[in-house]
Design a protein around this ligand. Structure first.
Ligand SMILES: *Cc1c(COP(=O)(O)O)cnc(C)c1O
Length: 377
């Protein structure tokens, strides 16, 4: 069996350090926030090219609080893409603001920045480009448009730890950048976690208060806040894992380059890394018109795959109230129908990659053969 991800082998590779870090938190009894979380905030902000990090309990909370810090609320509009994990849009909804969608560039699966300006209205307050699968959107023109219209940019980098745009890290591009440390993400906690990084001290101060009941100091609640604190154990585990992140990211990039080579000239539609990006391959998704058949056939050969994501958010029942219809965001809809995520994790071996690629190329080859024999008839 080739799994889609393998959290166990990664844990075993760093077990003594992780176990000691967890024991340290048990010994200190600093179970929520505390010195390990403070140290992790500093270390991860530095890694991401930002001045300040504020750790929270999930990536969703990071997005939610970043929006609140930007002053987003009822009556405002926030622009994002429909081809994302639902949390991006839920975070907008939590603030009372209205999500407004812009379609994706089908080549990169990120926001089509050429369509952005047409979506801006007098109510637009912020833009959330999603660095889907591990590469940023075309941030240069996006930031220019935001500046021209006075909009706050919040990068959803929940899948893009260590990604870069023209040599600059996700974390140093937007006004605020949000990360998730869900276990399956490129930097994963042993539980839940998230962070907002920023160079703006005022945003950071507001988020710090909002995550801890809006308190300026103990029991002095100046904002209506939340309990979105990061746990001490997650901070301690994440500090250990951060030291390995660059190595793991390079292993993902090596694996992706290997897949790319194995698919070259075979008719398999492999994902495109834009020339501006350092893609960190949280997901390696190919496209196929026969996804269900491919997924079933691969599973029968012992190869697990995933679908990220099968329904664009504008067509999810939960967001029917937004009033969107099928056909409005064709590139997002087509991607949702065609993408198939292949096994991708740092410990994936060259032999496993070859086995996966052989199986996928066989499926694609069979289709090309049957399509051309159909044409011959
Ligand atoms: C994982 C993810 C989130 C949410 O992060 P959680 O930590 O699971 O709350 C938000 N946006 C994207 C694109 C994600 O992949």
């Amino acid at each position: 069996m080739i799994p889609f991800v393998d959290l166990k082998s990664q844990y075993l590779s760093i077990k003594p350090e992780v176990d000691a870090a967890i024991q340290g938190v048990l010994d200190s009894c600093a179970f929520t926030l505390g010195p390990e979380v403070v140290a992790f905030e500093k270390e991860f902000a530095a890694y991401s090219g930002a001045d300040i990090g504020v750790a929270v309990n999930t990536g969703t909370s990071a997005l939610h609080l970043a929006l609140l810090a930007a002053g987003v609320g009822r009556g405002d509009e926030v622009i994002t893409v429909p081809f994302t994990f639902v949390a991006t849009v839920s975070a907008i909804d939590y603030t009372g603001a209205t999500p407004v969608f812009v379609d994706i560039d089908p080549a990169t699966f990120t926001m089509d920045v050429t369509q952005l300006e047409a979506a801006i209205t007098g109510k637009t307050k912020a833009i959330i480009p999603v660095s889907l699968y591990g590469q940023p959107a075309d941030m240069g023109p996006l930031l220019e448009i935001a500046k021209k219209h006075g909009l706050v940019v919040i990068e959803d980098a929940c899948q893009a730890h260590g990604a870069e745009y023209k040599g600059q890290r996700s974390g140093s591009l937007a006004d605020m950048t949000c990360f998730s440390f869900y276990p399956g993400k490129n930097l994963g906690a042993y539980g839940e976690g998230g962070m907002v990084v920023t160079n703006n001290a005022e945003y950071a101060r507001t988020i710090r208060m909002l995550r801890d009941w809006g308190a300026e100091k103990k029991y002095h609640h100046v904002l209506k806040g939340y309990n979105f604190r990061m746990e001490g154990m997650q901070g301690a585990v994440l500090r250990v894992k951060l030291r390995y992140l660059e190595g793991w990211t390079e292993a993902r990039r090596t694996a992706a380059a290997h897949y790319d080579r194995l698919f070259e000239g075979t008719g398999v539609v492999s994902p495109k890394a834009a020339s501006y990006s350092r893609h960190v391959y949280h997901i390696y998704a190919v496209r196929t018109r026969n996804r269900q058949a491919w997924q079933d056939a691969l599973l029968a050969q012992g190869i697990q795959t995933g679908i990220h994501y099968p329904t664009p958010v504008h067509l999810l029942p939960a967001f029917a109230d937004l009033g969107y219809k099928a056909g409005q965001f064709p590139h997002s809809e087509q991607a949702a129908n065609e993408v198939l995520s292949l096994p991708m994790f740092p410990e994936l071996t060259a032999a496993q990659r070859e086995e996966v690629a052989r199986a996928v190329v066989n499926l694609a080859g069979g289709e090309i053969a049957s399509a051309s024999s159909a044409k011959a008839l």
